[in-house]
Design a protein. Structure first.
Length: 96
């Protein structure tokens, strides 16, 4: 019984620690490397346009929880001006 409780606790702890974004977009040296999730077409197009004008490397993640419809997280590798441009084109209404 104690082994079952310990295994359940470890499984729950591992489940909570796993990074699970609903959208993941990776850019490397000005190229789109990886994309996962249901990405609004306009947002992906705008990110690619920003990347053409100002090539960057980094990841864009979108998380969902019960209080925020969508939380945009950008990696530290992306320049602050480019981060602001991505935040400006992010479609918050698509995630409500």
């Amino acid at each position: 019984m104690e082994y079952f409780l310990a295994a359940s606790f470890i499984a729950l702890f591992a489940y909570l620690l796993v990074d699970r974004p609903i959208i993941l977009i990776k850019f490397k040296d000005g190229q789109l490397v990886n994309k996962k999730g249901k990405i609004p077409h306009g947002f992906l197009h705008d990110c690619e346009e920003i990347n053409k004008r100002t090539p960057f490397s980094g990841t864009i993640k979108v998380y969902r929880n019960r209080f925020n419809p969508a939380k945009l997280v950008l990696s530290k590798d992306i320049d602050h001006k480019v981060q602001q441009r991505i935040r400006n084109v992010f479609p918050h209404k698509s995630f409500k």
